[in-house]
Design a protein around this ligand. Structure first.
Ligand SMILES: [Zn+2]
Length: 484
């Protein structure tokens, strides 16, 4: 029997606000000592009243707009009731039937084909406390850190539109890219600012067999999402083919064993006894404010990619690598700085040398000690024949190490390219004298030997010889030696 895979994803993304969702505690809890960013509200003490963080509401609306959602006129918060040690109040303030954003889609390119993944809804809620599990003297225990409790959290629910684990991963990466572009979340998965649960099931192509929906949790990287879903596709297909019963359940991904294990039977909405949050007023979403939010939203990655191809005459691949992160796209445009004829060179420098520098040093672009203006200066120095490309690459490393400008480094180190024929000819003659074998090879038709001789000229000139001038002088000299 032939099956197809049905995947829908729920993403929880922490919002980059200064304060928490319903109190004035700082939301920057990650590096703080445990239980220092707390107050009666986020500790869930009796009588404490929540106040809505409007910045979080705006960031969620912006996310909805970026995902082509409609923003209803009214929204409200609800209580989701459940008992777990990480939930201080015994309920979570979330949204149930009137989310902030609904019915959107995320356009993607899958295997060269355009495909929209539907977005069911984006709603706003509060994060829970963090549990830290420890073992001492053979006994295991858990610690509660309330710093995370009450941090604004968006839940982005997709339609079950993905058909493979690879598509699920591509969706997550596209979503993460958008959140980072519009600046609402770091979307850092390793730090828990971007968390994903997946719903996955199998359906026979002829529609005669439909497997139950299984929810997968505990996936902490893009790679583990893909691995967990691949495992689950195999497990579910085998069970269906062997006629075994599959349960509708929640399963956890166990990274080091590479398997999913049953955690509990799946909950349903009625298990949570949702009801409207009585301590908060309903939200009226003013149309003028929604337009204002849309107006200040950053250009989205797909639009920027298309613009880069059109405006700067780049190919799709170049535009793609330059727009992966907004910081890189900004860096590129600052380097070009309106001079579109320099775009190709700027692209080569950034995707080549700057990316290599980031890889080798493990730094983010923000931490690389090279400014867009300095790349521009390097490009100009090469275009004006002051230095050659090879020297320019060394200068770039020196800029990163010293923070000095390219021109300054070229002057200080005497790196300016030598095009002076008299000076170069002396070196060329020297090299020809010293390497009779290569000269003989060249004379006997192995023209490639000239590359070695140019290399020797470069070496004696510490890389500063103008390679074009060096080559033509060498060709002349070699031609003269044959006739003499
Ligand atoms: Zn608080």
């Amino acid at each position: 029997m032939q099956f197809e895979t049905i995947i829908g994803l729920e993403v929880h993304a922490q919002l980059l606000t200064n304060s928490k969702m319903f109190c004035r505690c700082s939301a920057a809890y990650a590096s703080a000592d445990p239980n220092t960013h707390v107050c009666p509200v986020c500790l869930g003490l009796p009588g404490a009243l929540p106040v809505i963080n409007h910045g979080a509401v705006q960031a969620t609306i912006m996310t909805g707009l970026a995902l082509n959602c409609s923003i209803p006129e009214y929204s409200k918060f609800d209580r989701k009731n459940y008992i777990y040690p990480d939930l201080m109040k015994g309920y979570q303030i979330s949204q149930y039937d009137l989310p902030l954003c609904e019915s959107g889609h995320l356009p993607m390119i899958i295997d060269g084909e355009a495909k929209n993944v539907g977005i069911t809804r984006v709603h706003l809620e509060e994060d829970t406390a963090r549990l830290v599990h420890r073992t001492a003297n053979g006994e295991s225990y858990s610690l509660v850190d309330v710093n995370r409790s009450g941090v604004p959290l968006m839940e982005i629910v997709s339609e079950p539109d993905m058909r493979s684990p690879a598509e699920a991963r591509a969706y997550l990466m596209a979503l993460r890219q958008i959140l980072r572009y519009i600046g609402v979340s770091t979307a850092n998965m390793e730090e828990g600012a971007f968390r994903c649960d997946a719903n996955i099931s199998q359906r026979s192509i002829d529609g005669s067999v439909v497997g139950p929906k299984v929810e997968i949790k505990n996936m902490n990287s893009f790679r583990s999402v893909e691995r967990a879903l691949e495992f689950e596709v195999e497990r579910q297909r085998k069970a269906l083919q062997d006629g075994e019963a599959l349960a509708q359940e929640t399963r956890g991904w166990v990274e080091d064993r590479g398997i999913t294990v049953s955690q509990r039977t799946k909950e349903f909405a009625h298990d949570y006894r949702y009801f409207p949050e009585p301590d908060l007023p309903p939200l009226v979403l003013d149309r003028a404010e929604v337009s204002e939010i849309e107006g200040r939203m950053a250009e989205l990655p797909a639009a920027r990619r298309t613009r880069f191809v059109e405006q700067y005459a780049l190919n799709d691949r170049e535009a793609e690598s330059l727009t992966v992160e907004r910081s890189v796209a900004d860096f590129f445009e600052e380097t070009v700085n309106g001079k579109e004829d320099k775009a190709r060179e700027a692209s080569n420098w950034i995707t080549g040398e700057i990316f290599a520098l980031m890889r080798d040093s493990g730094l983010e672009l923000e931490d690389v000690n090279v400014m867009p203006g300095q790349i521009r200066e390097l490009i100009d120095l090469v275009d004006q024949d002051t230095i050659n490309n090879r020297t320019a690459k060394e200068v770039l490393v020196a800029v990163h190490d010293s923070g000095k400008d390219p021109k300054e480094i070229v002057e200080e180190r005497g790196l300016a390219q030598v095009s002076d024929e008299a000076q170069l000819l002396a070196v060329v003659r020297n090299v020809v004298d010293e390497h009779p074998e290569a000269v003989a090879d060249y004379q006997n038709g192995k023209k490639a030997a000239i590359g070695f001789l140019i290399g020797q000229v470069m070496k004696q000139m510490r890389g500063t010889a103008n390679p074009g001038v060096a080559r033509s002088l060498l060709e002349q000299e070699l031609a003269e030696r044959v006739t003499s």
